[in-house]
Ligand binder design. Sequence first.
Ligand code: CA
Length: 616
Amino acid sequence: MVSRRGFLGLLGAGVGALAAGRAWGQAAGRPNIVLFMVDDMGWQDTSVPFLRRGGRWVTTRLNARYAGRTPNMERLAARGMRFTEAYACAVCSPSRCSLMSGMNAARHRVTDWTLGVNQGNRLSTSGEGLRSPRWGANGLQPQGTQAQGACQPPWRVDAAGKYCQPDFGSAEGAYAYNLTVPFTNALAFPELLRRAGYHTIHVGKAHWGSGTNVSYKVRATPTSPGADPRAFGFEVNIAGCERGGPANYRGDSQYGNASNADFATPGLDENNYYEDNVFLTDALTDMTLRELRRSCEADPDRPFYLYLAHYAIHSPLDNARAWDHTRSDSTNLAQDARNPNPNDGLAWNETERNYATLIQGMDDSLGKVLDFLDERGLAENTLFVFMADNGGLSVSGRLTNANAPLRAGKGSCYEGGVREPLIVAWPGKVAPDTYSEEPVIIEDFYPTLLEAAGVALPAADALAVTPEGVYADGPVRQVLDGASFLPVATGLRATVRADGAARPLLWHYPNKWGEGPAGMAYNYYSALRLGRWKLIYQHSDRSFELYDLATDLSETRNLAAERPGEVDRLRREMGRLLRERGAQMPLVQASGEAVPWPDDEAVALPAPAPGLTLRN
Ligand code: CA
């Protein structure tokens, strides 16, 4: 599966370069790490092909539509390895909490997106005869967090009306908080990198712990410790807080702060971004480069971990000034006409064009960061990872097959909701222009990045324990569900497991997303990927869907009725993992009882259709 073209030669060059010494980040013998995270970006929202068929790359119609728009993703892919079967969760916070904690969403229980402290409306979603359990609606909190305590808000407004971050950990100005709905504690990997000597930089969207979600200019409370990325080991926080999207990408809206809008982005009120109407993506990039420059010049021997988590390409898609203001509309329209959408053959609509310009702006940012690393001679000693946190939006003005050939999109456990364009580059370590079809998932990043940094995984008893009583059925203990895929990236072996066996990958969403059309697996589900098979357990009617991803990537043929043996094998594995990870099942509204595990006796296997030939 893994092309080794050029690998040995490159490795030799890398060793030589390392032996010769390098100016930056070398003293500690650790690589710099950049995790470039895009929000809501689909697997096909790029000119870089991620689909292979018959041993070749397939340029899909969506890839063709992005021709010329993502040159820097192409540049990165040429330097490293594409993971064609990389996964996240279907919505933002679960993915980001799995990233930070190494836990699967079933275990960390932040199964839906978070926002306001003790926010009840996300806590008690209901529909389809079900309601959500008391999931971790206050999100991820740093190790040691109790339900009651004192903390600083991540942002304040100073006397001059500018956002500032108060001294982290200072008692001065701290205020009491009281978390009355559940949360989960974690020892996050950036904290371990910081302890190992890394300069840890957070830029952009955090969205893992609850906070105010109204302008910090209006009030600074209530919040929770987890709203502040610095609570998880980041020494620098630029623009991160509890919010999971931008109010407005435009600088002249003050990124929503001019109207004190919900979701307004704090911390970008310097450097004339407001006055010059700098696009949000560009402002974050500019701040990133400033911080990197400062880091390198202050202590050139110190490696850095940069988490650049763009707010792009999250909605709003309507009021986004087209990012590509340097291009003429006619250029884009001509390109749109050449590559009509795969649904109906028509040119892109306005929403799709805005979406595409957000992709372009993101790619431009990627290019600027890559340029910086190249110009400073840092690229050779930098592990660069490109990832997105859930599939592309396929509702709200976007087409239902916006992720073609994948089914559905953000919010759904079909491939369109969870498959991501992961690229890993590390000169001398990861061979250029290679790929892997090994399935990997977002909780794998924790052990992967620590292994790359040469930092040992924490011992089991050093991991976080959520206070007793926060969850009715006992504390949540942090367990690293993820596994390092570094051996795959470096070509050491083709699979994550040393024995070559397929790993079960689990998704669990006992919640209602609420935006998707019926029948597209947007609400109340568990899903399991094992080898070529994918089993979906729909909590609402306790039904199963079985797909063979090797022959049916689009998940159009439900094989559950003709392969009951496969369904039974996979549902037992799903049930085992859900129980082992302490998953919360949704509750039946009428009875208040939990939906049974997928392998419970009360859950029937699908009845074969009359005359159907059973295949196992
Ligand atoms: Ca997202």
